[in-house]
Design a binder for this molecule. Structure first.
Ligand code: GTP
Ligand code: MG
Length: 287
């Protein structure tokens, strides 16, 4: 058995679903689900933290924002895994970072040292987007319509507001963050698995996760498509929880699922399944 050490960056603005994914993934690899592609070879030294987030996930309780609940901007997560098909053992370094670190990269143009090192050494990233937490953008066409309505006096348009970087549309922040990564990697090709999280809330109204991205984050989608030398990407829709944990009825039905790993919903193109390892497998299949 070959043993290698690899890193994946969990990337995403605050409340984008990173920790929920990690909790569901950690439960999944240790569950009795048949045909799981990855299992745990031996316990991680970060088991205390992992057990904490998994216990919240199992009970359908809010895990809480990483920066607030842990008092740290990054929680180390190193997993010792086995690829059950290839029979390869490998370590996966996948720290749970608070969304604030990524916002700061955009607003203050600064990287925390640990984050920069992680970005430089990661073989790929999972970029999380939670549709209900996205700060919307305004299209040029829409502004043109408003300007036309006001004729030649756009100064009457609205009260002038100072620019506030934190209020930038989410997709503008994400494009800038990815561009920062491309720069720090000197243009080396990066694999980016885009995860549209809380997919349970979107799946009825969107044909596929890729269609969601195309419609709701056109700038990010076009940035990725037009830079194939920098990014290889694939879009997944994932519900780590399987439903809402803020509605009592939904919590009751989620708690009734005998094997909690069965709550998970993953959609790739038009296929749905339960294998939450999919984005990780997609990144590591060329290692
Ligand atoms: N409906 C639904 N909500 C979800 C799902 N996964 C996460 N959420 C909600 O999304 C919010 C953010 O989830 P987290 O996993 O804590 O997000 P995070 O990216 O770790 O956030 P930070 O630690 O603040 O950066 C929480 O309110 C979750 O309950 C899901 O599968 N379905
Ligand atoms: Mg978190």
């Amino acid at each position: 058995m070959e043993i290698t050490n690899n890193q994946i960056l969990l990337l995403g603005l605050p409340e984008s679903g990173k920790t929920s994914f990690l909790a569901a993934f950690y439960h999944f690899i240790d569950s009795d689900v048949e045909d799981k592609p990855l299992s745990q070879a031996r316990y991680s030294k970060n088991t205390t933290y992992l057990n904490y987030i998994v216990s919240k996930w199992l009970n359908c309780e809010l895990i809480g924002r990483t920066a607030e609940s842990t008092g740290a901007s990054t929680k180390e997560v190193i997993l010792h895994l086995v690829d059950n098909q290839k029979k390869i053992q490998f370590d996966l370094n996948m720290p749970d970072m608070a969304g604030e670190s990524f916002v700061r990269q955009y607003t203050d143009r600064t990287w925390e040292q640990e984050y920069k090192v992680q970005a430089e050494n990661s073989e790929g990233s999972i970029l999380f987007i939670n549709p209900s937490k996205v700060r919307a953008h305004v299209l040029i066409d829409e502004i043109a319509g408003v300007l036309q309505a006001f004729g030649d006096e756009p100064e009457d348009l609205a009260e002038q507001v100072d620019f506030n970087a934190e209020k930038s549309p989410s997709q503008v922040m994400l494009v800038d963050i990815l561009a920062g990564h491309a720069e720090t990697l000197f243009g080396k090709l990066q694999k980016i698995a885009i995860v549209i999280s809380a997919w349970d809330e979107q799946m009825a109204s969107h044909k596929s996760p890729a269609k969601w991205l195309e419609k709701n984050m056109p700038l990010l989608n076009q940035y990725l498509i037009t830079n194939p030398e920098l990014f290889q990407f694939k879009v997944f829709g994932i519900s780590a929880q399987g439903g809402s944990i803020s509605e009592a009825e939904s919590v009751l039905s989620l708690r009734k699922v005998p094997e909690p790993a069965e709550r998970i919903i993953v959609q790739e193109e038009d296929k749905t399944h339960k294998n939450i390892c999919a984005p990780i497998e997609w990144i590591i299949n060329e290692w």
